[in-house]
Design a protein around this ligand. Structure first.
Ligand code: AHM
Ligand code: MG
Length: 332
């Protein structure tokens, strides 16, 4: 019997690059470097319980070295892989206050933004967490990159993806031509294509929101939650955006984090979390909005800007937008 051919992430990236007439290979190398960094993060996440490094920032390990918190470790690993790769001229991380230039590669075309380990409240309790990344072409032409190279609308992303450290480790990415998912086979250390051309279901029956905040949400979001409950939808909320969005992408449904009274801008970060996941959701046929406007069209003004977010199956996001619009009409 003929066995199906295994397609590795590296092979997939090279094949896809062949379809782009002017590709220079830099973007492909960058994606492969992120894949490599995420394999190391995956190894560390998997042994976190064993070596007791999760969530402990100020303790020493047996050899007397400082032991890093897992999210800082992931941050440093990604930065050093990207520094060594030579394919990007700057990075910005959710864990860093400001962006970093990579002086040795200041003529590279790309900048990379990432949330090194999303779902921090789940790190210590063995629940799925993930790395989210976005790649943009720089706006300035030469010299060191500047803040404006990072402050670009999500529509300008040339690639985006995430790595989910769950019951298995998966990498899902897009360069704007389809969304593909790869599962890490630990026995050979390769991401293998397991979910080709992901398409999100048009509608679903699962909603994902921190319902404990119900009383703090604006009227429109509350009305939509009431609608979900009255329609008999199931509530699923992991509390790691990357894991909740992954389920939504594969099974359909809606994930949302509205504004709250204490966080009128919402909680989730536009550049590190919402834009890359919005590119994937849209690439798979879904929708991503702040309740009114498309996430990918929001003009960023600062690196750590936050936004309310509603993303998932297109019909459900449109329905949520309708509830929000109607609530605003009543209020005016
Ligand atoms: P983090 O980047 O510090 O992990 O915070 C982002 C996380 C998301 O992954 C998740 O959707 C959200 O915060 C959960 O927040 P809450 O606990 O308020 O529901
Ligand atoms: Mg996060």
């Amino acid at each position: 019997m003929m066995q199906n051919k295994i397609i590795s992430l590296d092979e997939h990236i090279i094949r896809s690059q062949r379809n782009l007439p002017y590709a220079s290979g830099e973007l492909s190398s960058l994606l492969r470097d992120i894949g490599l960094a995420s394999k190391i993060v995956s190894r560390e996440v998997n042994k976190a319980g064993l070596v007791d490094i999760a969530g402990r920032a100020d303790v020493e390990n047996q050899s007397g070295d400082d032991v890093q918190k897992l999210d800082m470790l992931a941050n440093d690993l990604l930065i050093s892989c990207l520094r060594n790769s030579g394919e990007c001229c700057g990075i910005a991380s959710e864990e860093e206050e400001d962006f970093k230039t990579i002086d040795t590669h200041k003529f590279s075309k790309y900048v990379v933004l990432f949330d090194p380990l999303d779902g921090s409240s789940n790190i210590d309790v063995n629940v799925s967490i993930g790395t989210i990344f976005a790649i943009y072409r720089r706006k300035t032409f030469d010299g060191e990159c500047t803040k404006y190279d990072f402050l670009q609308k999500g529509v300008k992303q040339v690639a985006a993806g995430y790595v989910l450290y769950g019951s298995s480790t998966m990498l899902v990415y897009t360069t704007g031509r389809g969304v593909n998912g790869f599962t890490l086979d630990p026995s050979i250390g390769e991401f293998c294509l397991s979910h080709p051309n992901i398409e999100i279901p048009k509608s679903g029956k699962v909603y994902s929101v921190n319902q404990g905040n119900y009383n703090k949400y604006p009227r429109g979001a509350r009305a939509y939650i009431d609608h979900c409950m009255n329609s008999g939808y199931s509530l699923r909320y992991i509390g790691s955006m990357v894991a909740d969005v992954h389920r939504t992408l594969i099974k359909g449904g809606i994930f949302f984090y509205p504004a709250t009274k204490s966080k009128p801008e919402g909680k989730l970060r536009l550049l590190y979390e919402c834009n890359p996941l919005a590119m994937l959701i849209e690439g798979a046929g879904g929708k991503a909005s702040n309740g009114r406007d498309r996430i990918l069209e929001i003009e960023p003004h600062e690196l750590h800007q936050r936004t309310p977010v509603f993303m998932g199956s297109p019909e459900m996001v449109e329905e949520a937008e309708t509830y929000i619009r109607e609530a605003e009409l009543v209020a005016t």
